[in-house]
Design a protein. Structure first.
Length: 250
């Protein structure tokens, strides 16, 4: 069951424990709009946010098209969905494949999921005017090629999706590591960023960006990163091993 936490006035976090890891989305409220940042893994994950949507205009943002970020959309009333154009393309490729695989693995468990592709797609950046509040969406390819971050300048909040993660970020086979580091370095150097909210692991400040950059650099350099916790879950232990292999191949 999703825990809904009021992180700051008008900013709620949706936090959920999945089998192997936890995931976090957000709900941003303005006077006129409700923005759901990621719909998590299943329509039921969105239940706690429903009472807060009331009569507001609903916008949904997909930080990227991985299953734990976009499968809950059918649990929300209809709204406009924003994402990077490459996320849209994934809805005709790996997104349905992943759902079919999960359905075979766990019969019955995912029947309520219906995939809802984004309608409002962009590349580069897009600024959403929420009426007195802005949500800037910026492409930050790395973890996947369709990854976005969301920046709210009035609050100094950076919603990082899977571009940042604790204890370590998840590298995929085709992750563009140099571009990823470049994108993160831009935000690390941006003094407007006060609070950083990733989709997995700890929330924090720009230190979190610095740590993820250092980790990714160690992968590129083929050095062992020396700032990992002594004990990590099996998921992150395996991910670290895979990250090193993928970085070597890149
Ligand atoms: Zn994720």
């Amino acid at each position: 069951m999703t825990a809904l936490k009021e992180f700051a006035p008008k900013l709620y976090l949706t936090e959920l424990l999945l089998d192997d890891f936890d995931v976090r989305g957000a709900l941003i409220l303005s006077d006129t709009h409700a923005v759901v940042w990621d719909t998590l893994s299943h329509p039921r994950d969105m239940q706690p946010v429903l009472p807060l949507l009331r009569d507001k205009r609903l916008w949904i943002v997909y930080s990227h098209a991985d299953w734990d970020h976009v499968w809950g959309t059918a649990g929300l009333p209809p709204g406009e969905i924003f994402a990077h154009s490459e996320a849209y393309a994934r809805f005709a490729a790996d997104v349905p494949q992943e759902l079919n695989a999960k359905k075979l693995e766990q019969p019955g468990a995912w029947d309520a999921v219906s995939l809802v592709p984004p309608q409002m797609v962009f590349s580069g950046q897009l600024h959403l005017d929420l009426g007195g509040l802005t949500l800037e969406l910026h492409h930050l390819p790395g973890h996947t090629r369709d990854c976005l971050v969301g920046f709210i300048p009035q609050w100094g909040v950076l919603l990082a999706g899977d571009t940042l993660e604790t204890p370590l970020p998840v590298v995929n086979e085709d992750s563009p590591l140099a571009l990823w580091i470049e994108g993160l370095a831009r935000w690390q150097g941006d003094e407007r960023v006060k609070t950083v909210i990733p989709a997995h692991g700890e929330t924090g400040d720009r230190q979190l960006i610095a740590r993820n950059i250092a980790y990714l650099r160690s992968l590129i350099d083929g050095r062992e990163y020396d700032d990992l916790p002594a004990i990590m879950s099996a998921f992150y232990h395996d991910t670290h091993a895979k990250n090193k292999i993928y970085a070597r191949r890149a």
